[in-house]
Design a protein around this ligand. Structure first.
Ligand code: G6P
Length: 475
């Protein structure tokens, strides 16, 4: 066995939980990224000598491990070519569209695959160095699917978990991948493979049976060497309390009022907040809304749609095309339907801190979340968590993982423009009592499943695998 490091819990993710910033003295520094994953894992990392391995973004390759705010961070550099082939290429030009119902056409390039293998190997090797004897390693998401098996070969003493944050496609789509078997075998290096939804876990088990030929029973895979792998659903969530606290702060309340004022105090504010991604259904949603304005169901003096699109993966061609398409659509809609000082759509291509997001959630009467396919969609849950007074409506795609929990939303098929128009109008016109009834039920659901619970459910289940394995990480 390789000599081991000192971390009893190792998180392996494509990204580090910090972003590069410039310090007050002009030098390079780090700032904690806003994601819920890191806040969920922070306590368990502190309690278990945790380390987090990830790419810091960019192409710096000579970064040393460092401690940031008490967290052990191990940066793994990517070369410009690896950013292009592993990150933009195989991860986001092949796997991302394939796993999201081929909403865009996945590209299959052998060089991209080679780079994905090489980068996964580097992450696995580094994890093998920092993990202590018998440690728990938790590998995150689609960029890292080969790490479990590579790591198991290097360090059979480890307990290995894998969690996929995005959907896992049905066999009919996954089958297209020239490297389908390697990916399945990569994942089977884990003791526990977690998914957002039970259907995804079932897709995985079925594929393992068909393509790899292992015996399976329900959620268990039986490997020829006697090892078992469990596949199960762990729907992810948000840090509910911190959103609620933020939303209740006087500063956020004041900012929400300021936003409505700046919009001209319309009686209804519709809101969409998404990464600018073709899976999110932004184009179809804005079209649906604009038709309601065109047909006189909504009036620009009285209603506005605020669409925030966070810049994302801007060097990938499909994302550039999408950006241009949305720019053009918004321009056309506002040109045709807006009046002076009253656009139909207030479009913001920018990312905002959590405080501003909370203020937007508070300011919005109708939250519109209509992805064509989404692993979970945390924006929907954030909106619900911020509606402290139980007001507000959620229009939610059936094809977002969140729809399995937020059943009191106005559920829509994002491919059905007329259906979406209908739901937008119903949500817009719903009486207060109806809104409260629905929001109260959704708030209860979100409050009962927060991200800390998600992390401890996964880690507990992982600890229960391979009982002969002595060391346990305490959630
Ligand atoms: C999704 C993925 C994450 C990813 C995030 C941002 O939520 O599941 O793994 O980190 O998008 O995308 P980016 O490409 O900027 O990391």
């Amino acid at each position: 066995m390789t000599t081991s490091g000192s971390a009893d819990l190792v998180i392996v993710a494509n990204r580090l939980p910090v972003d590069r910033v410039t310090d007050a003295d002009g030098g390079p520094g780090w700032r904690r990224s806003p994601g819920g994953l890191v806040s969920a894992l922070e306590p368990v990392m502190r309690a278990n000598d945790g380390a987090w391995l990830g790419w810091p973004g960019g192409t710096e390759t000579d970064l040393e491990p460092f401690v940031e705010d008490g967290l052990q961070l191990v940066p793994i550099g990517l070369t410009a070519e690896e950013v292009e082939e592993h990150y933009e290429g195989f991860s986001n030009g092949t796997l991302w569209p394939l796993y999201h119902d081929v909403v865009a056409k996945p590209e299959f390039h052998r060089e991209w695959w080679d780079s994905y293998v090489a980068v996964n190997r580097r992450f696995a090797e580094r994890a093998a160095e920092v993990a202590s004897e018998g440690a728990t390693v938790w590998v995150q998401d689609y960029q890292m699917q080969l790490v479990p098996q590579m790591l198991r070969e290097l360090r059979p003493d480890l307990r290995i978990g894998f969690y996929l944050h995005i959907p896992f496609p049905p066999a009919e789509l996954f089958q297209q991948l020239p490297w389908r078997r390697q990916l399945l075998e990569g994942l089977l290096g884990a003791d526990l493979v977690g998914f957002q939804l039970p259907g995804a876990a079932q897709n995985f088990v079925r594929l393992v049976r068909q393509r790899v030929g292992h015996k399976t029973h329900r959620d268990m895979v039986y490997l020829p060497d006697g090892r078992t792998v469990k596949a199960a659903a762990f729907p992810i969530s948000i840090d509910v309390d911190s959103f609620a606290e933020l939303a209740s702060s006087p500063a956020v309340e004041a900012r929400a009022a300021e936003i409505r004022e700046a919009l001209g105090n319309p009686s209804k504010v519709f809101l969409g907040i998404d990464r600018l991604d073709y899976t999110k259904g932004i184009y179809a949603r804005l079209r649906a809304y604009s038709e309601l304005v065109r047909d006189g169901h909504l009036d620009v003096d009285d209603a506005v749609f605020v669409q925030v699109a966070t810049p994302s993966r801007e060097r990938v061609e499909q994302y550039r095309i999408l950006r241009d398409d949305i720019d053009r659509l918004v321009g056309r809609i506002n040109g045709d339907l807006g009046r002076i000082g009253r656009p139909a759509i207030s479009y913001l291509h920018s990312s905002y801190p959590r405080e501003e997001m909370a203020a937007l959630y508070r300011a919005a009467d109708v939250m519109v979340v209509t992805p064509f396919r989404d692993g979970m969609n945390l924006v929907a849950k954030e909106y619900v968590a911020c509606r402290l007074d139980e007001s507000g409506a959620l229009v939610l795609s059936e094809f977002a993982g969140a729809a399995e929990e937020l059943k009191q939303a106005w559920l829509v098929n994002p491919y059905d423009i007329n259906g979406m128009k209908q739901a937008l109008l119903e949500a817009h016109r719903a009486p207060e009592k109806e809104l409260t009834r629905r929001m109260r039920a959704m708030r209860k659901c979100v409050a009962e499943h927060d991200v800390t619970q998600w992390a401890s459910d996964f880690l507990e289940e992982l600890a229960a695998t391979r009982p002969e394995h002595g060391k346990v990480v305490r959630p």
